[in-house]
Ligand binder design. Structure first.
Ligand code: WT7
Length: 652
């Protein structure tokens, strides 16, 4: 489709009707969806109780659906017991034990398949291995691994024995890993000798060693998966090869029957302070959200081949790689490696080779691939696709239309799914057989989700297109339970704004005349870089930890592929760097990479003698944002303590 056509479609404000192919017996059509909404509105607690009884396999049935006595620390299905790995694996063995659970493609192109029976056996062996190392229910286990079957096996094995996993994305640095291990007080760390990306080995074991050498006193064992095969030193008494740990372990393992509220995992995410927060999820409520949303939004059937490109280091990789699709007995594709390695057709070739039917990715990936031209996807057979998903940031209508026409050939509906690490599962999204879609809108909340836009006083905004805070007014099962070790921060961050009545997402949004939600972006000091959340304070603290940096301020700047880029203003100790500063800029970028990880490296750094501050000493971030974007300055700079700084900040 030419650009001109795309523009005319957008101007028409076109609606894409729900897809007929999804109204089949198994899927949700408009009537079934309306019935679910009606049931949820009529009796929200009863609705979730029914869903939980039907969707999950319980060891001890619950009698109490929702306990609000300590709100906003809600408890769901509190007196029930179950096991998450049993719900993802054992339940499929009788009827589809020989179906493929995982299809793994490595970056060099080797393919490995595991049936549900094989995956179950591997999970049990590894769970027995963890128990042999002394891991007990409630212990924390940190997973720092490539995106490959063993990462899923490790997560499921923790779930099997009731250990709490905390996956740390392999792109995070040794220091970020150390901070997360220490905050969680983990007993065991699991890593690999290395990972593969863009033809390079990612030195995971080296980073793990560095993290452990700089603290992490709670760690007793480091399990190392042999994967790339290159030499890594092993520390006697602490390190053990994965392969050695499991080889003599039985392929069955008695599951731990845990309370519904037992923490399944922690996942650290950025907030508006320098310290990432450990989002704590439950077992039953979380799994219910992951399982049901996978059915409702992706219409997932056991014969589907589902490929979500997210790494397991992010929530998307938890809910829509490791848990949701397995709970539904589907086939999950895993690809470890770069999207354009060895060439720009890699994603499309994977879809062709493995006959992927449902593809779920991020707008940043789509924009990067779109730039490379239509000929590349057009030279692959994408006819296996039946549904396309988007997540992580607002998808611009141009990318949406390209996804629909070039990848989906106008046949596949698109689901633009809004959710967060904290929500556990998708909350606002089209349902493909029931919702008409508009490019750029995540449409409407799912059944049981009372999402709304409210003003400063917490009153619902009813005027179409008027912006406000995106909130959720009633608890839902897959919501976060707290922030690990910091319940005050949990309440402050998500509830305090509206007297603990509403969950505050931190996004601003508006609804159009049809009631469709349009997400505008974050309202806190959080950036969204390539669909990943990054706190400006985190990057600032990393910069000021450098011996030559006195002060730093970080803002986001719109970026055509990444969505937002990191723009840093830096004040040095002593003289302002002048002339050719490239080497020093590179040094600072590397430094931030070592402190946090490559995603946090500033795209641009500008040096100044001072930062613009009000007379009371507050940094004027709005001004810095305008300068980074080369916008005209509309703010009143007369209150600036040092108005002459503005020209310097502009690089003039
Ligand atoms: C933030 C959550 C949840 C998966 C990945 C990101 C933004 C997420 C959308 C969407 C517009 C979106 C929001 C949200 N976001 N999905 N479909 N449309 N914005 O998880 O790191 O917890 O970030 O991502 O700003 O608050 P996360």
């Amino acid at each position: 489709m030419s650009n001109k056509n795309i523009e005319s479609v957008l101007q028409e404000g076109r609606l894409f009707p729900p897809a007929d192919s999804f109204k089949a017996a198994a899927g949700l059509d408009a009537a079934k969806l309306a019935a679910l909404h009606a049931a949820a509105e009529h009796d929200p607690t009863g609705f979730w109780g029914d869903q939980a009884r039907e969707a999950l396999t319980w060891h001890t049935p619950f009698t109490d659906v929702l306990d609000e006595s300590e709100a906003p620390n809600y408890r769901w299905f509190g007196d029930g017991k179950l096991n998450v790995s049993v719900n993802c694996l054992d339940v499929h063995l009788a009827e589809r034990g020989d179906n493929t659970a995982l299809v793994f493609e490595s970056e060099p192109g080797a393919v490995r398949r595991l049936t549900y029976r094989e995956l179950h056996a591997e999970v049990c062996r590894f769970a027995n291995g963890l128990r042999a190392l002394g891991v007990e229910q409630g212990d924390r286990v940190v997973i720092y691994m490539p995106l490959m079957p063993e990462a899923i096996i490790a997560m499921q094995a923790c779930a099997r024995i009731g250990a709490i996993h905390s996956v740390v994305f392999g792109g995070f640095s040794a220091l970020s890993l150390r901070d997360r291990i220490e905050d969680a007080g983990a007993r065991v760390l699991i890593t690999a000798d290395g990972g593969m990306r863009g033809g390079n080995v990612i030195e995971l074991k080296t980073a793990a060693d560095k993290a452990l050498s700089e603290g992490c006193a709670s760690i007793e064992s480091l399990i190392v998966l042999r994967h790339t095969g290159h030499d890594v030193p092993m520390v006697a008494g602490r390190d053990v090869w994965w392969q050695d740990l499991v080889h003599d372990k039985p392929a069955t393992c008695e599951p731990a029957w845990v309370d519904a509220e037992h923490p399944l995992f922690l996942l650290y995410t950025s907030g508006s302070t320098g310290k990432p927060k450990g989002i704590q999820h439950s077992s039953a409520g979380y799994l219910l959200g992951a399982k049901l949303s996978t059915q409702w939004v992706f219409d997932l059937q056991p014969d589907d081949v589902f490929w979500c490109t997210a790494d397991v280091g992010w929530i998307t990789g938890h809910s829509y790689v490791a848990y949701g699709p397995l709970a539904n007995g589907a086939t999950v594709v895993l690809y470890e490696g770069g999207p354009t390695w060895p060439d720009a057709g890699r994603f499309w070739r994977i879809i062709e080779d493995h006959k992927v039917s449902i593809f779920y990715t991020a707008p940043t990936a789509l924009r990067a691939l779109m730039k490379l031209g239509d000929d590349i996807p057009n030279s692959y057979d994408l006819s296996s696709l039946r549904l396309l998903g988007s997540v992580g940031e607002p998808i611009n209508p141009e990318a949406w239309m390209w996804y629909r026409t070039v990848i989906g050939k106008d046949r596949c509906p698109i689901v633009d799914t809004w959710w967060q690490t904290e929500t556990g599962a998708i909350l606002i999204s089209p349902v493909p057989g029931a919702t008409a879609t508009k490019p750029g809108s995540c449409t409407q909340p799912l059944p049981g989700i009372d999402a709304a836009i409210v003003d400063d006083e917490g009153n619902a905004v009813t005027k179409p297109d008027a912006g406000g805070y995106l909130v959720v007014r009633r608890p839902w099962p897959s919501m976060l339970r707290t922030i690990w070790n910091d319940n005050d921060r949990y309440i402050d961050t998500y509830w305090h704004r509206f007297q603990n009545r509403y969950y505050v997402a931190g996004d601003s949004a508006h609804r159009d005349a049809d009631g469709y939600f349009w997400i505008m972006g974050r309202i806190d000091d959080v950036l969204n870089v390539s669909g990943h959340r990054l706190g400006t304070m985190e990057v600032e603290s990393a910069l000021v930890a450098h011996h030559r940096v006195a002060e730093a301020a970080v803002v986001g700047k719109p970026h055509p592929v990444k969505g937002e880029a990191v723009f840093a203003y830096v004040v040095c100790r002593g003289e302002r760097p002048m002339g050719d500063t490239r080497a020093f800029v590179e040094e600072l970028r590397q430094w931030v990479g070592e402190q946090i990880g490559a995603i946090a490296k500033p795209d641009e750094i500008r040096f100044a003698d001072n930062l613009p501050k009000t007379r009371s000493g507050k940094i004027m971030r709005r001004l810095l944002r305008a300068i980074a974007r080369d916008e005209e300055i509309t703010q009143d700079i007369s209150t600036l303590e040092n108005p002459q700084i503005v020209d310097q900040l502009r690089g003039k």
